[in-house]
Design a protein around this ligand. Structure first.
Ligand code: KIV
Length: 277
């Protein structure tokens, strides 16, 4: 069913059932107004840990905390009616053990009302994914470039070229076999993304992957042209909101300095004198 025709939010199994059909549409959101704008257009909205870089000025996603994810998850939930919400598990909240992952995922689900959590990692996270799914927590996987591991990956490089190709395929299969309902493929070669999409029974959600994936996701501030510190090759800008914002702020500052704001229509008259009886 298309996002516009839907009356209620899909469940993870509904997203899974979209495999091979009309492409799944997704963007990130971190605030209520953005969530409201995305709701009717997206099948699911991701409260990504990219929030750390996009809204909090952090240099990477590594400094994002559970409290930040819960706070932004609650804000996004207030803006959604018909899109499912997925919340990222931040760095350090799930890698140590399946039990720790469960405690933190249960907090995210319970406090934000998310439909699912997303966590990064393939073969080495399969046990944890299986542990969460068996205990009632739907999981979206995330493989290829996993930004929480930039220090061991050596930066934001394309993953799965040449020698790493078999590893990324094995990661996709492991995440799928462990019970994830969908998997994000980030920054992998197009042909590999297409092969993975054909090989696994769950939807692949591409970001810097291939138009042949079962769905696509972008960071909303990137595609709106609101986050301009850098632009990854895989981002298409559909707006130039940072420029619009700059123009609006400059116009306001000019008006204030010229005393042309506030104008008569923005100010209040004295109370009208009371008529005598
Ligand atoms: O944190 C994020 O925003 C993400 C994606 C864009 C996939 O993980």
């Amino acid at each position: 069913m298309s996002a516009t025709a839907r009356k209620t939010a899909p469940m993870p199994d509904d997203i899974k059932a979209m495999k091979g059909g009309t492409p799944i549409v997704s963007l990130t959101a971190y605030t209520t107004p953005t969530a409201e704008a995305l709701d009717e257009h997206c099948d699911f909205v991701l409260v990504g840990d990219s929030v750390g870089m996009v809204l909090h000025g952090l240099p990477s996603t590594l400094g994002v905390s559970m409290d930040m994810m819960v706070m932004h998850g609650k804000a996004v939930a207030r803006g959604l009616k018909t899109a499912m919400m997925v919340v990222d598990m931040p760095f350090g909240s799930y890698e140590e053990s399946p039990e720790r992952a469960f405690r933190n995922a249960a907090r995210i689900m319970g406090e934000t009302g998310a439909g699912a959590v997303k966590l990064e990692g393939g073969v080495h996270m399969a046990e944890t994914i299986g542990f969460l799914v068996a205990r009632g927590i739907p999981v979206m996987g995330h493989i290829g470039l996993t930004p929480q591991s930039i220090n061991t990956l050596g930066g934001y490089k394309v993953q799965g070229r040449d020698a790493q190709r078999a590893q990324v395929m094995a990661d996709a299969e492991a995440v799928s076999n462990a019970g994830a309902f969908a998997v994000v493929l980030e920054k992998v070669p197009q042909t590999l993304a297409d092969e993975i999409t054909a090989a696994v029974p769950i939807p692949t959600i591409g970001i810097g992957a291939s138009a042949g994936c079962d769905g696509q996701i972008l960071v909303v501030d990137d595609m709106l042209g609101l986050f301009t510190a850098f632009k990854p090759k895989f981002v298409k800008r559909y707006g130039a909101l940072a420029e619009d914002m700059e123009k609006a702020i400059a116009a306001y500052a000019k008006d204030v300095r010229a005393r042309s704001f506030p104008a008569p229509e923005h100010v209040f008259a004295d109370a009208a004198p009371k008529a005598k009886a």
